[in-house]
Design a protein around this ligand. Sequence first.
Ligand code: SF4
Length: 367
Amino acid sequence: MKKNEIIAIYGENPLEMTKKLMAVAEVEKLIGGKNKHIGIKPNLVLASPASGGATTHPEIAAGIIEYLRDNGFSDIVILEGSWVGDRTQEAFRVCGYTELAKKYGVRLIDLQKDTFKQYDCKGVPIGICDEAMRVEFMFNLPVLKGHCQTLVTGALKNGKGLIPNSEKRRFHSMGLHKPIAHLNTRLRNDFIIVDGICGDLDFEEGGNPVVMNRMFAALDPVLCDSYICELMGYSPKEVPYITMAAELGVGSLYGSDSVASELNRPEGIVKSIRSGRKVERLVKHTDARSACSACYGSLIHALARLENMGELENIKIPICIGQGFREKTGEIGVGNCTCGFRRSLKGCPPSAKDMLDFIIGETGKRQ
Ligand code: SF4
């Protein structure tokens, strides 16, 4: 497989699809020495099964392990650090990785508990977990899904699980895009498999899975993510971390030099997929400044519930959220960052349920 290639496969059996993609790409040749320390990085942003559209199907990790074992590789670990507000151990258990690790005898590494060091990521110092930097060949397994702050998530953003929680918070205070792009100047992205089985095309944390029954492989995270944009009807320019990463030399944007092939395509399945852009309607009711993912995701979910209840239009002024409101005053906000506001909901982050109750209470429209 070459750096400018994307290889897609369609089907309903992620384990067999993974092995097929790896065989076609001749991954054993890409890895090289049989003694390499191999890491598998799924997206377990929170404790929710893959069927909900937020996390990577464990069958993909199983397919990688089986392929590697069949080809004589044995030093394999699975590593992840869930988002701030969820415990990785719980995500491992709920998402089926604890069971998988037991079955195959591989080690699970909770990066929320790991030590870390600072690295110069092309001019931006970023703390990266030690276990992530020990890996000599990294499988990156993002979910093909939407995101309420960055529109899409893919390979580049999945690297955020390899940094400590303190850095995740700092990323949001830095505006997400720039640090994500710079982080990827140091991370390994040796083989990427995108889980497009049933991602949520609007919400990073899932809840509205869209069955797409596809996966694809890539070697270049910039190519991968700009291809996801292409599939979802966005321009890479709408997702600044992708173009920033390209400018930093992390990889190349999907374009006329790229080669996208398909190993199969069952009749009736169309290539492109589209977000309902529901989030864009909800975002209009927020004023977000450097909000953490879990916090903002909960607010968007609370607003979605309000929309379903027909009460969204009762919100007359935007709900403020994010680290940019620390030590500021204002009218209404959620999260400890807005504690100086006249009406503020405590929590770091507060739950979506608490946000819903708070907003309903404050707008005084409970029916
Ligand atoms: S309250 Fe502030 S620091 Fe805490 S999760 Fe929300 S945005 Fe982040």
